[in-house]
Design a protein. Structure first.
Length: 119
């Protein structure tokens, strides 16, 4: 307990809590943070239309630090298209599907490739 100028008792904990709160606000307002944007993955082209029996190559664009490991290619519907580890996609049936391209070094990075297969 503390005495105020009027001679009244004031709880000590309140003055400590107030001081701590003031310090936290002042400290937070002076801080700066550098934020590095996440790495990105892309494909070129982003889509293709090919006939059944034909194939197309997906070129993946990875950040330099991840490029050496390459990417995986997964067909959303293997009845329409199958994939190869080198980015080739082979049309095996009519329809539309998405090929998901994912960085091997950082599986959080992926991007879609849209494929339309015609008769």
């Amino acid at each position: 307990m503390r005495l105020t100028s009027a001679g009244l008792l004031r709880p000590f904990a309140l003055s400590i809590a107030g001081a701590a709160l003031g310090a936290a606000v002042a400290c937070g307002s002076d801080a700066t943070t550098d934020v590095t944007p996440p790495a990105e993955i892309a494909v070129n082209p982003t889509s293709a239309t090919i006939p059944v029996g034909d194939s197309t190559k997906i070129n993946v664009i990875l950040p330099p630090a991840l490029a050496a490991n390459g990417a995986t290619y997964v067909s959303g519907n293997t009845g329409i298209a199958i994939t190869r580890t080198n980015g080739w996609v082979i049309a095996v049936g009519r329809g539309n599907t998405t090929i998901t391209v994912t960085s091997i070094a950082d599986p959080r990075l992926s991007t879609p490739f849209s494929l339309s297969v015609t008769p």
